[in-house]
Design a binder for this molecule. Structure first.
Ligand code: ADP
Ligand code: MG
Length: 704
């Protein structure tokens, strides 16, 4: 191997990778040899046990060891070719067939020992495998140059890795390629975990683990490799969280111990009682605010559990003591909605609430910034990016972050401009999605947790039905009944990325059809993320005021929109949403006292796993149950948009299944930092390098 080869070496340097294969591999996100080694198997075929031919039965997945008795080829009626190889052992004869793969015959010579794996078919009374995976065992027992050290073979007679594929990349081929890459490059994989931790936790080295995850000796070996690599993924996030926690060390915050009467007045005026859970989390939050140490707390609760109200009470608690508060929302629509709700609730209290977004006209914006700076504005609401960049609040004591995804917010500026005294503001993060506890401990390991685990009693369940596209009319009839009762309706289209022009067109065209043909007597409007801010604002406020009856929308309504009079929702192509997202959408209805009705309109035949997901959603309403299922089905990396935001996702770790790892990693991360807070000792330095690799841009210290 040339010394200048490294893990960044492009895959085309491997044998058998030409330009077409490079393009195919790129589609899988594989550019370099390092990427290829990190392309872990999705699952494994257990082909470790061979079966005597005489014992195999149709329908079984088998691995057979036999000797080539005959091989030949004939033309088929359709003009293709059919290759047939017969194998024998002491107990019987097995036929293997391939279509149009003449080149295979060169490898099967009579008398050779061969291992084949596949599903048994009965064909004209004889046992047959069509297109089996195979391995030629050389008569001398010598393996080809890449096979060394990885057991009997790559494709049969072992736990066989099964990879994510794309057109132009077959299972057999990529398996050999990974094997080749391991042989030539595995030696270059750096160790990423300190020796001490590996010993304590009984984890194999990284090199070994990467080898075993691809070509495990047995199940135990595979599980140990998976655990090691999953440990890495969780551990590094925990170190990051522990660092954030440490970096706040002995900061001081405003002491808020002279309550006024705003919170009591607000609570007294509410037309309902706070739930027990709301009261509990409030006392946790208020205790933090009184403590003189900066609060960093995650407020978790299902859609509609009353988080916003809790946050508002916390805000009033600082405002009544002469300080300012800030609420940052993930989207413009949501910022505007929050601003309105909060302004309404606080109007009788003489509190000044203002909203600042990207589409606030510049004169108004200047006025708002001035109002914020001279302390006239008590509570400022806005979108995250905007506020982090431009706002100065000299008496800021509490920053509330309504967060969609953990890694959506970079740490920079999050702890906000401190108050004029140099004291640190308190931070309350509201999670818009219920997250299973073990995942919360991972992604939010730097925060204390407050959980609202109870919904206000008045909420009636939303009935959810899965409907086939050809029964669309019955859905519109159902909507018509809701409309006749004076209620409002959401119709949702899956424009996943607002840049997908084709999808957006579909929503737009459908909007026209619904307005003209389906609901001609009602006011129907369209809302999507590419509209201008003022236009969106206008439509939302018209809908909130009940002057629009049917809102055709994309996922911009996903988070937080609160229109109690909306009782029905139609979701088109529900299979294109994840469970968590569906839950957020459905949470928009049934918020008043009338319950709600949700129709999932699938216009094509659903694949089995989509069907299962949608069915599960229709049958469950508890956000935590749905979130756990989401995690189980899709894996956390995709489901929570972590990778999307440039931080590494989880490939092998699943915080749900690996709850014990989460705990262990947190312990190890904290004790590492307790011993070496700057990460400068030798073990710490290794971890610092690993962090720089994994989380460039998310670090609370300069990377490099
Ligand atoms: P979340 O932010 O958790 O989705 P919100 O704070 O927006 O929930 O509350 C949803 C709706 O329920 C709002 O209309 C709110 O006024 C109302 N609400 C909040 N707390 C209660 C309660 N204890 N009892 C009845 N309704 C409540
Ligand atoms: Mg809310």
């Amino acid at each position: 191997m040339k010394p200048d080869f490294n893990l960044e070496t492009p895959v085309q340097f491997l044998k058998s990778v030409g330009p077409a294969r490079v393009r195919a591999l790129n589609r899988l996100g594989i550019q370099s040899v390092g990427d290829l080694l990190a392309h872990y198997p999705r699952r494994y075929f257990d082909r470790s046990q061979t079966v005597p031919i005489g014992r195999i039965r149709p329908g079984q997945d088998v691995t057979v060891l036999g000797e080539v008795l005959t091989c030949g080829e004939r033309r088929t009626q359709r003009g293709g070719t059919l290759q047939t190889v017969t194998l024998g052992d002491d107990t019987g004869v097995l036929f293997c067939v391939w279509f149009s793969q003449s080149y295979l015959l060169k490898q099967f010579r009579n008398g050779r020992k061969v291992m084949v794996s596949g599903t048994v078919q009965s064909h004209g009374g004889r046992m047959q495998l069509a297109h089996p995976d195979f391995e030629i065992l050389e008569p001398s027992g010598k393996e080809d140059e890449n096979g060394e050290g990885r057991g009997p073979g790559l494709h049969t007679g072992r736990l066989v890795p099964c990879y994510g594929l794309t057109a132009g990349v077959g299972q057999h081929w990529i398996r050999s390629l990974v094997d080749q890459a391991l042989g030539r490059f595995a030696g270059l994989l750096p160790e990423t975990l300190p020796e001490g931790i590996r010993q304590r936790r009984g984890l194999p080295g990284r090199k070994e683990a990467v080898g075993s995850i691809h070509f495990p000796r047995d199940t135990a070996n595979m599980e140990s490799a998976r655990r090691r690599l999953a440990y890495d993924e969780i551990f590094y996030i925990q170190v990051l969280m522990a660092l954030r926690r440490e970096s706040r060390g002995d900061q001081v915050a405003v002491v808020l111990d002279k309550p006024g009467d705003l919170t009591t007045r607000l609570v007294g005026d509410l037309p309902f009682e706070l739930t027990r859970a709301q009261r509990r989390v409030l006392s946790e939050i208020l205790a933090d605010l009184r403590s003189g140490k900066p609060m960093h707390r995650l407020l978790q609760g299902d859609v509609g559990s009353g988080k916003t109200l809790v946050a508002l009470i916390a805000a009033l608690f600082v405002i009544e003591q002469g300080y300012q508060a800030l609420l940052m929302a993930p989207t413009e629509v949501l910022a505007i909605q929050h601003g309105k709700t909060l302004a309404q609730l606080t109007a009788p209290l003489g509190v000044t609430v203002e909203t600042l977004t990207g589409s606030t006209p510049s004169a108004r914006r200047r006025a708002l910034l001035a109002g914020a700076a001279d302390g006239e504005i008590d509570l400022l609401v806005g979108t995250q990016a905007l506020i982090q960049e431009s706002v100065r609040l000299p008496r800021l004591a509490l920053a509330i972050v309504d967060e969609q995804h953990r890694f959506g917010v970079k740490q920079r500026g999050l702890s906000t401009s401190a108050a004029e005294t140099g004291e640190q503001a308190h931070v309350l993060v509201m999670s818009a999605t219920p997250i299973p506890r073990s995942l919360a401990l991972t992604l939010y390991g730097d925060l204390d947790l407050s959980l609202i685990d109870e919904l206000p009693a008045r909420r009636k369940p939303v009935r959810t039905e899965l409907v086939k596209g050809d029964q669309e009319d019955s859905v519109w009839a159902g909507c018509e009944r809701e409309l006749a009762a004076g209620h409002q309706v959401f119709v949702i289209y899956p424009v996943i990325e607002e840049t997908e022009g084709q999808d957006l067109k579909a929503a737009t065209v459908e909007h026209e059809r619904l307005a003209a043909e389906v609901f001609p007597t009602h006011k129907v409007a369209l809302l999507h993320g590419r509209m201008k801010g003022p236009e969106k604002d206008e439509i939302m406020s018209e809908f909130t005021a009940g002057r629009i009856q049917v809102l055709v929308a994309t996922t911009v309504v996903e988070v937080g929109i609160d229109v109690p009079n909306a009782t029905a929702m139609v979701i088109h192509n529900p299979e294109r949403f994840g469970l968590a997202q569906l839950h957020q959408l459905r949470g928009r209805i049934g918020r008043g006292s009338d319950g709600g009705h949700c129709w999932l309109l699938a216009d094509r035949f659903l694949a089995e796993d989509s069907y299962r997901r949608i069915r599960f959603f229709a049958d469950h309403s508890d956000g935590f149950v749905l979130a756990e299922e989401d995690l189980r089905m899709r894996g956390p990396g995709d489901a929570w948009g972590i990778r999307q935001h440039g931080a590494p996702g989880f490939r092998l770790a699943n915080p749900l299944r690996d709850a014990d790892l989460v705990r262990i990693c947190q312990e190890d991360a904290r004790s590492l930092l307790a011993d070496d807070p700057e990460l400068v000792k030798s073990e710490g330095a290794m971890v610092r390098r690993g962090l720089n690799e994994a989380f460039r841009g998310f670090l609370p210290f300069q990377s490099g």
